[in-house]
Design a protein around this ligand. Structure first.
Ligand SMILES: Nc1ncnc2c1ncn2[C@@H]1O[C@H](COP(=O)(O)OP(=O)(O)OP(=O)(O)O)[C@@H](O)[C@H]1O
Length: 803
């Protein structure tokens, strides 16, 4: 079939040409081959062979290799060398390695490789989910992912809250890899349409033991419910346990247990030097201050047990200006603030950061010299993670733990059990700096600080009370009066405890309302945004007004923030214990309920409302209860002019008849209205007359002014003849009129009204009239006839030039 052959013959070169023009199919083919080769290399990779020491010896894709090189990662750390090969082979992993040993790359590299080999694209939905217990850590993981994944084409997102749910949700549908915190992610899975997790290939839990702690478990359980069972799962932490219940929950299949530090003597890095010192609770503030002053040329993190402690210590030491930049970070700060503080501390050479355990895990601050544990950690895992903020990746670091004499024995036992090498040091008496009086003085002058001190006291004693390990934590053995005095308080607040709470549960509990889009309920100043349809009363607005004096902020905390329950940290005591307010000597000066004194609020009722007890504070929150203090109020109606009147009332028939018969009353009404109309008519007429007269007078005045101006215009006044004196206005009068002046004088300059044309006048006559009127005012070139000859034009031009 020659025709057919011919046809193929002609088509073949065309196809070749097309391939040349469009190299995409060829590239795709090459990529496919590369991927197949890579998969083969991974399959062939011998897990039993001697562990690799360099990334270049691992079967990794070109984009990952380039990303690692560009980020200056070439040698593998122990945990990476052990975990990455298992990860590449798709095995589930339980990874435990010391702090700062490089666990992040140990899971990020397998994540990138798995999606690369699966040729993951934006249309395949979510391929990998990495869960972190804190926002700070999530941000950090995301940054490392961005660095090493820069040559890949995957889309990656960070889901940690801080933005409105809707804003986050819009982008989620397009992501291949998500780094998230458990609560927020669960919220999206429950509420956001369009997230496709059915294809999820790999799930990672960083700081897995923390995520599996009380408080997060239910969120993780619910989250895992949404995910497909067929997936690879990796769990990493510096303090990992093999708890079977957790593995079952996450449906790990025959997991590989990568425990790098088990072989070593200690669970902490060898480059870390660890000390403890015994200082009574009442002297902790002074010991800390002395320590900071002695290490001004250091970068240190000081761990405290609660956000309130952090705030008080930060605020009071800030006033004392120790001589190094102070920063503070805790979980109740706004996200943007937390990120900014993290950035500033990371960039600082010397600084002191007061923090809660929100940065105890995973956060990789560069070059930290000291970790100070001012409050004893709740357990040894927390101790290990806290001290792990220094001595990271082959660097040296030092740590010191402050212990009350009552905590020493118990804590040392626990540390010994975990083979943690720690040495006792003594505080040099010379170096101790007494700041008690200064703090008391500051609290006396500054009620805000005193209020923070009270809160710090309460939260500290509460945390000790709630700790499970009673061998270490024993409230009865603590000198609480001395502690209160060290915080600048005149006496220890009396506290009532409630039973049955768990400190871990409280610490890990997601912030009330945060699981909803609560963060969007607050504006950047931390004020609660008005919800749709919510009516604000005068009373609400009154409490929103801050900065009028220090006490308003106390009230905002007491009333506003307790209401929202999430914005500030001030609001979570009440559930577990309550402070019996004692009217203290120095509180009788009216410093607000925070200090046990009175506040008087005027609510429009007969008597002002006096807030002098907890019960009355609570009453302020109930609009219903406040009604009786607000007075009764009268009903009024407003007329068209906005004037208030008492409303019309229907009177009884007897009363009505007293004023005469209905007809008589009607007549009377008509007459009275007629009189009113007549009066109104007379006043209207008078008004119209007055207006006419006014107009007439104005017109006359204007005409008179026009007459004067005509006269003046013909008499130059530069030097008034005869008077011999220079007129101060003369120069002004000779100047051309400015635009503004012209406007204001527009009335006067209006051309005289055009006379009606007489029947014998033609247009040329009209022109002549105009010219005549202009003659007196300046030079006018009179053109009697249209120029005809060259001479005519020359004469005209000469005239114009002269002008
Ligand atoms: N292969 C490597 N080469 C050089 N530096 C590395 C390598 N791997 C990790 N690092 C660096 O070591 C530091 C600690 O790494 P990473 O944060 O992953 O530790 P970690 O084991 O997760 O610590 P933690 O238990 O505290 O979370 C980081 O600054 C990181 O850049």
């Amino acid at each position: 079939m020659p025709a057919a052959r011919a046809a193929t013959g002609t088509r073949a070169p065309q196809k070749k040409q097309k391939l040349k023009e469009n190299p995409k199919p060829l590239k795709r083919k090459r990529d496919q081959e590369d991927r197949e080769k890579l998969q083969h290399a991974v399959d062939e990779f011998d897990l039993k062979a001697e562990a690799s020491t360099k990334f270049s010896t691992l079967p990794l894709s070109q984009p990952t290799t380039s990303g690692l090189e560009a980020s200056h990662f070439s040698n593998l750390t122990d945990v990476q060398a052990q975990a990455i090969p298992f990860g590449l082979k798709g095995r589930d992993i339980l990874g435990a390695a010391k702090t700062g040993s490089g666990k992040t790359l140990a899971f990020l590299v397998p994540v990138l490789e798995k999606l690369y080999r699966a040729q993951w694209t934006e249309y395949d939905g979510l391929g990998a989910m990495i869960i972190s217990p804190t926002r700070e850590l999530a941000v950090q993981i995301f940054e490392v992912l961005r660095k090493i994944g820069r040559y890949h084409t995957f889309s990656a997102g960070l889901v940690i809250g801080g933005k409105s749910l809707r804003e986050e949700a819009e982008r989620l549908g397009r992501m291949n890899i998500l780094v998230c915190t458990p609560g927020r992610m669960l919220q999206h899975l429950d509420q956001t349409a369009g997230i496709d997790v059915d294809n999820l290939q790999i799930l990672v839990l960083d700081e897995a033991d923390r995520i599996m702690d009380m408080g997060f478990t239910s969120a993780v359980d619910a989250l895992v419910e949404h995910l497909p069972k067929e997936r690879q799962t990796m769990l990493f932490s510096a303090t990992q346990s093999k708890k079977v219940s957790d593995l079952a929950r996450l449906s790990l299949k025959d997991p590989e247990y990568v425990a790098v530090h088990e072989a070593s003597a200690s669970a902490t890095p060898t480059t870390l030097t660890q000390h403890y010192l015994v200082t009574p609770l009442a002297e902790k503030m002074e010991t800390l201050y002395g320590f900071i002053k002695a290490n001004l040329k250091s970068k240190m993190v000081v761990f405290l047990s609660s956000g309130k402690q952090v705030r008080f210590v930060y605020e009071s030491l800030r006033h004392l200006q120790p001589g190094t930049p102070l920063l503070h970070l805790h979980g109740r700060q706004k996200q943007i603030q937390r990120m900014e503080i993290t950035r500033r501390f990371s960039a600082a050479k010397y600084s002191c950061l007061f923090a809660t355990d929100v940065v105890a895990r995973g956060v990789d601050f560069p070059a930290v010299d000291w970790v100070v544990q001012m409050d004893c950690p709740e357990d040894i895992d927390t101790y290990i993670h806290r001290v792990g903020r220094t001595a990271r990746y082959e660097r040296d670091g030092k740590a010191v733990l402050f212990l009350d004499p009552s905590e020493e024995v118990g804590m040392l036992q626990r540390l010994e059990q975990r083979k943690i090498p720690i040495h006792k040091v003594n505080v040099r008496e010379k170096k101790k700096l007494s700041i008690k009086n200064q703090i008391q003085d500051m609290c006396f002058k500054n009620p805000d600080l005193k209020y923070l001190g009270q809160k710090a006291f309460i939260s500290y004693t509460r945390s000790v009370h709630l700790q499970k390990d009673k061998q270490i934590f024993n409230l009865k053995k603590l000198d609480l009066d001395g502690y209160a005095a060290s915080l600048g308080l005149p006496g220890a607040p009396q506290i009532k405890y409630q039973k049955g709470e768990d400190i871990k549960k409280i610490k890990n509990a997601p912030r009330a309302g945060l699981s909803s889009d609560s963060e969007s309920d607050f504006d950047e100043n931390g004020k609660r945004r008005k919800k749709k349809g919510e009516v604000k009363t005068k009373y609400d607005r009154m409490f929103e007004r801050t900065n009028q004096d220090v006490l308003t902020s106390h009230y905002t905390k007491l009333v506003g923030d307790e209401e929202n329950g999430a914005n500030d940290e001030e609001d979570d005591d009440g559930d577990f214990l309550s402070v019996k307010r004692v009217l203290e000597g120095d509180d009788l000066d009216g410093k607000g309920p925070g200090s046990g004194a009175k506040i008087i609020v005027g609510l429009g009722g007969e008597e002002p409302f006096v807030v002098d007890s907890k019960r009355r504070e609570k009453m302020l929150k109930s609009k219903k209860k406040m009604l009786k203090f607000k007075g009764k109020g009268d009903k009024v109606v407003f007329d068209d002019d906005g004037v208030a009147h008492h409303p019309y009332r229907i009177i009884g028939e007897e009363d009505f008849q007293q004023d005469g018969s209905a007809e008589a009353q009607r007549q009377k009404f008509v007459e009275s209205e007629a009189v009113k109309v007549k009066e109104a008519d007379a006043s209207d007429k008078q008004l119209a007359k007055d207006r006419r007269r006014e107009k007439k007078e104005k017109r006359k005045a204007r005409e008179a002014a026009e007459g004067d101006e005509g006269l003046e215009g013909s008499m130059p006044r530069l030097s008034a003849p005869g008077d011999g004196e220079e007129d101060p206005l003369a120069l002004l009068a000779s100047l051309p009129v400015t635009g503004e002046d012209r406007d204001s004088d527009a009335e006067d300059e209006r051309p005289p009204k055009k006379k009606a044309k007489k029947w014998f006048q033609d247009d040329s006559e009209d022109e002549r009239e105009k010219a005549k009127s202009r003659k007196g005012k300046g030079k006018v070139i009179e053109v009697t006839e249209a120029p005809n000859t060259l001479e005519d034009y020359e004469a005209l031009a000469a005239g114009l030039l002269e002008d």
